[in-house]
Design a protein around this ligand. Structure first.
Ligand SMILES: [Zn+2]
Length: 152
């Protein structure tokens, strides 16, 4: 019989379902809300960006902790870690989807040490995050500032 492939199919379906739910919950770009719609040069589509690359990305595809919702322009831009280092991506996750913000899990999925990116590194983006468009769904959510990272 085909038990293995059936099992794999179920896992993939569960991941696909979670991704669909995430996409439905967030119908705006985490980085610019709806501003991208005013630029006709940007395709009228939202993507899910994973905060991981290479082999880690396969795991990240199934883990909401790793997901950002992004317009095509920001999705492309986030592929450039010089512009969007993972600490900045995590700060955006913390702002837009705080219930699934998990810095240590993202570090682990990326094959790094638990504190390879620290809470302090994420918090350095708080001022910028306070300035980006609020978005409809999470208009009232504020970043918490520094939480646990006072380790210097
Ligand atoms: Zn955008």
């Amino acid at each position: 019989m085909r038990m293995f492939s059936d099992k794999r199919t179920k896992l993939n379906r569960a991941a696909a379902s979670a991704r669909t739910e995430f996409a439905t919950e967030f119908d705006f770009c985490f980085a610019c809300t709806d501003e991208w719609k005013r630029n006709l040069a940007i395709p009228y589509v939202l993507d899910i960006h994973e905060m991981a690359r290479g082999g880690s990305r396969k795991v990240a595809m199934g883990r909401r902790e790793c997901w950002l919702r992004a317009c095509r322009a920001h999705h492309v831009e986030m592929g450039n870690l010089g512009v969007w280092p993972i600490s900045r991506q995590l700060a955006l996750k913390k702002l837009r989807d705080p219930a699934f913000y998990d810095r240590v899990t993202v570090n682990r999925i990326r094959g790094q040490a638990d504190d390879s990116i620290t809470e302090e590194e994420v918090s350095q983006w708080d001022a910028e995050m306070a300035d980006i468009p609020r978005g409809r769904t999470h208009r009232t959510i504020r970043t918490q500032g520094r939480s646990s990272g006072e380790r210097r």
